[in-house]
Design a protein around this ligand. Sequence first.
Ligand code: FES
Ligand code: FES
Length: 852
Amino acid sequence: MFTLDINGTTCPLKEDVNLLDFLRDELKLTSVKNGCSEGACGACTVLVDDKAMRACVLTAAKVDGRKITTLEGLADREKEAYAWAFAEAGAVQCGFCTPGMIISAKALLDKNPDPQAGEIKKAIRGNICRCTGYIKIEQAIALAAKVLRGEMQIRASVRAGIGTSMPRVDAREKILGTGQYVDDIHIKDMLYGAVLRAKYPRALVKRIDVSAARACPGVEAVLTAEDVPGERYWGFIIKDWPVLVAAGEETRYVGDAVALVAARSRKIARDALALIKVDYEELEPLTTAGLALSNSAPRIHSKGNLLSTTRINRGNAVEALAKSAHVVTNHYVTPVTEHAFMEPESALAVPHGDDGITVYVASQSVYEDRNGIMSILGWPAEKVRVISRRVGGAFGGKEDLSVQHHAALLAVKTQKPVKLTLTRRESILVHPKRHAMDLELSTGCDGDGRITAIIARIVADTGAYASLGPPVLQRACTHIGGPYHVPNADITGLCVYTNNPPAGAFRGFGVPQVCFACETNMDLLAEKADISPWEIRYRNALEPGIAMATGQIAGPDTAIKETLLAVKEIYQTNPVVGIASAIKNTGLGVGVPDTGRVKIEVRNGKVLVLTSAACVGQGVATILTQVVSETTGLPAEEIEVGAPDTFLTPDAGTTTASRQTLFTGEAARRAALLLVEDMRRFSLTQLEGKEYLGEYTGETDPLNSAKRDPVNHVAFSYATQVVVLDDQGRVKRVTAAHDIGRAINPRAVEGQIEGGIAMGLGYALREKFPLEKGVPTARFGTLGLFRSTDMPEVEVILIEKNSSSLAYGAKGVGEIATVPTAPAVGSAYRRYDGKARFSLPLADTPYQKDGS
Ligand code: FES
Ligand code: FES
């Protein structure tokens, strides 16, 4: 018998249990999150007496007789202080880490009410945040401390409207842990799903015997490939990904699903997996693109192992390089990396008999999820409703189906609600990663350092399934010229299937890899041309009216030169410093249909904004509130944004390609303009029930279009980042100048950039995803993610130069923040020790010794 005092209530327990499971499942204290179950992320932090500890590695026996405090147990005064301070500082993005952060903050402030900045950093070192870069969290804790000391009053927030840093509309519920993520939902009598994964990355499945699992008490269904009623293969671009691998087929990676179980408890479901017998004939996996492309390689898919090829040819690059005054040619290698969003994938499917099914998800597009589930079930759209709950980070890793379809299949079979949440180990195994790339890049210039030509060969390991591999490779090819005028370009990219985990969308979408190559070559070319790295970039930077490597003419909003000028002084006045510039498209582009949609409804005297645009932490609901407020003049309190729901909200496309602020922002502006017309004559009360649909489609031309001056993308963002190292070779400061068009919410933009830099620093210095014969060996704690104490100072400079009326001039910012960081860090190390580095993470830095 154990006795715990939880938030002031005595809880007797007959048996020893895991503390996190007890808090979440039994007591429904869902502010305590499960990010890893292995003591590595801090999302489950609780106070044990007065010490911040991780609930996932504690048991009732270990904390017997102790006092446990979760966020729910904080005094109202404390809750208000943290809620205001975190919202005001812009410290919340996806919010999944936030309750754990606050508990760590409370542990500090209870002992030390007036901490120094370094003490705050140290206090949250055990709490990973993948979104914010920690800076605003540290500011929020300092602000909360002031309020709790009585030195500051909680103030009213600023008005909504363009250019104001209004707090996020969903901040409070995320901060206080009341916002619902899918795994927080409990439905009476729901079942738990579990998935049997392939034992080998490549093996022939000879036989699957589920009889023992089916007979297991508490198990309600065990499904295999033959139980899929509709199409058994799915995929965005190519339907090559089996929902379940059938007997007689080969596995293609270790995340492949072989069987599904639904049972009355999570434990029974997972234990039943061990009872499923699968006979395999193990086969040698193809673990590199080189092996997969060899003549003797077996075919991973029937059409062969070369998934796609991208070619861009402008002018005569071979001849131009031959005539160049200087040429630099290098071979670059970039690694697989993991999104490490804080919320593992989760879906809850609720069946309604013949009427269909509702699936609660946390993904980047409810419509893409619906389309996938429809085809797998063989059902029409009206029978599949997909609703989003809060999304605990995504970064591209929640575009593909991962759990949604499996939960739906189990719910339809059992006719009971089924929740399927991946363990962190499975999450790492299953979803597509950042592509590993091999790049060979030649860059030439004339005697003045002006670029003459580039020749690039890119080979991307796209793993087992297509996912979004072909467009990722295409973005790599279209961006390898950088933000420069490149008169001659010869670019070839190959996207190759292997038996590694699939690779797909990941913040930057192929551009961080090629930016590393492009920018490192620029530094080396500057040396040959005897000009500074800053100067070579400035001389070649795009200007309005100048052609890019793809032939698109840079628009009037192009402000790469302004970003360079903004960092010139800091670059020139620091001895150990590196620089890199970047370009990143906004929107899908290249002729792919791309539409943002918003429906505004007047309901109960308020304006309800409905759109399927997923908020994955970037804050699209806040942006739409600001756009509608600016357009209509209504205060934020009279505007609400509904959750993505395929039955209620129009399809605004996927949250990808840094597109939602521009595309859905513009759709919201258009819908709001229609409302404004009516508001001239009627009050909102009189307009009750009226609807206004806004839509914006970006018209673009396909790559290599024969059209003169093709438009491949509706907008591009630009950035230059400067990295300063200290005497020990650690990153001391990053200055990031970003051309973002127009900052709808400057603090939110800063937050995106700071978080992107944290991710970029991890990519540059420490993040790895080792594979042993195609099998991932990383755990959450060994991914090398940056912690609060790793973060340098970050200065963000926003350049706003866009006079376009589209979405009030906003361009994408979500991805570009991560893009130039790694080459800027590499550039700084070249200055530090004279060595050029051609692979990531960069070798011979103090960070290699840190581990994580
Ligand atoms: S869930 Fe406990 S540390 Fe991650
Ligand atoms: S806000 Fe910290 S992980 Fe998303």
